[in-house]
Write a protein that binds this ligand. Structure first.
Ligand SMILES: Nc1ncnc2c1ncn2[C@@H]1O[C@H](COP(=O)(O)OP(=O)(O)OP(=O)(O)O)[C@@H](O)[C@H]1O
Length: 368
């Protein structure tokens, strides 16, 4: 079996008294794209720097293709690195920026030429090789930075918020470019640091959610989106409403459902504001722990006449639709995204809310 592209084993990083990363275990397969997703200060960049060799772990090991590189300097790790502010050499032309790592490796001149041409074409910058970085737009500089990182044909490309300095339209364009690059380079693993869930969902095969220097949850992107195990994941990835519910009938561990507590489809029954709903436990729900139902705003239906009784607290127009703020009769607040407010009463009036069966059920406070 081939070794994974990247392996972090119990990696902790301290900066003075600050613990920036706490015993992180993470594996990235060959050719796999993993997004490190989390709020500011959660330790994402520190994890990436530990892989790159820019910070020294306090404890734990870093392996690349099965080789322990914990003590190796960055330039001996053979990785491609792209950071948020491009960091091109300002006094060098585009072609020389891209050739830098190849020359440092003493690659013959002709091959350097070929490789520079190849990677600049790959990022759509073939016509800009004689420009200086200051003569390029932000998006173009970032393309050159990616070309420079790819020039050495690294087995792993590390990207730290590569789109965060770009405006919204350019971000979209670059995201599409990165997706195309992924298809062109199926053997290159990517570790992608972002706080933007949209980027993580679009690019990653798997997502690792981080919070307060810890890994909260890691799994295939769609699984984390649809079946988060932690409350924090549900709220961060897809901005779910987290509604405290009462568990009426759950799956006892090892139950096949024959005792009548769970139906054959594995859904549990919960009570929300006096009504019963069916929900999907995404992991064990230890007896007696409070549980929360993760309901994404676009799955909430609001009508004038039917459903759970609620009050409409506010309406925001968002161009593509409306975001409603609601309060159920038990006091829980929730957001709903709807395409029209036709037929709904005014703010302050009573409405009916319906929540579909099958929403994920998580232990309240998990991942906190
Ligand atoms: N060189 C440093 N010296 C001291 N503290 C640091 C250093 N680098 C990071 N930290 C601290 O370590 C913690 C994790 O930082 P890190 O940059 O990994 O977070 P992040 O999740 O990447 O955040 P952001 O999205 O804001 O970049 C933070 O509390 C940060 O202040």
């Amino acid at each position: 079996m081939t070794a994974p592209a990247v392996e972090l084993r119990g990696v902790s990083v301290h900066f003075g008294r600050t613990v920036a990363l706490r015993e992180l275990d993470l594996v990235v397969g060959r050719g796999e794209a993993l997004a490190l997703l989390g709020p500011s200060g959660s330790g994402k960049s520190t994890a990436l720097k530990a892989v790159a060799g820019f910070v020294r772990p306090h404890s734990g090991r870093v392996l690349l293709s099965g080789v322990d590189v914990t003590d190796a300097p960055p330039h001996r790790r053979g990785l491609g690195v792209v950071v948020q502010n491009y960091a091109l050499f300002p006094h060098m032309r585009v072609a020389d920026n891209v050739a830098f790592g190849l020359r440092a490796r003493r690659m013959p001149r002709r091959e350097v030429e070929q490789r520079v041409t190849e990677v600049l074409a790959m990022v759509g910058m073939a016509d800009y090789r004689r420009r200086y970085p200051r003569e390029l737009s932000g998006g173009q500089q970032q393309r050159v930075a990616i070309a420079r990182a790819l020039a050495i044909r690294p087995p792993v490309l590390l990207l730290d918020e590569p789109l965060s300095a770009l405006d919204a339209a350019l971000r979209e364009e670059m995201l599409a470019e990165l997706l195309r690059l992924r298809r062109e380079l199926p053997d290159t693993a990517m570790v992608y640091v972002t706080h933007d869930q949209g980027e993580a969902l679009a690019l990653a095969d798997r997502v690792a959610v981080m919070r307060d220097a810890r890994l909260v949850e890691v799994g295939p992107t769609a699984q984390l989106y649809h079946r988060p195990r932690a409350e924090f994941t549900a709220s961060f990835l897809g901005a779910a409403n987290l509604l405290p519910v009462e568990l009426v009938a759950a799956a006892p561990e090892g139950s096949d459902g024959s005792d009548g507590t769970v139906r054959a489809d594995g859904l549990a029954t919960v009570r929300l504001a006096g009504a019963e709903l069916r929900a999907e436990p995404t992991g064990p729900l230890p007896a007696g722990t409070p549980v929360a139902l993760g309901v994404r705003p676009h799955r909430v239906e609001v009508r004038a006449d039917a459903g759970l009784p609620a009050r409409l607290l506010g309406v925001q127009w968002r161009g593509t639709g409306f975001r409603l703020e609601l309060e159920l009769d038990d006091g829980s607040r929730l957001r709903a995204d709807v395409s029209t407010v036709d037929g709904l009463p005014a703010v302050g009036e009573r409405v009916g809310v319906s929540i579909p069966d099958g929403c994920p059920l998580v232990p309240a406070g998990a991942g906190a």
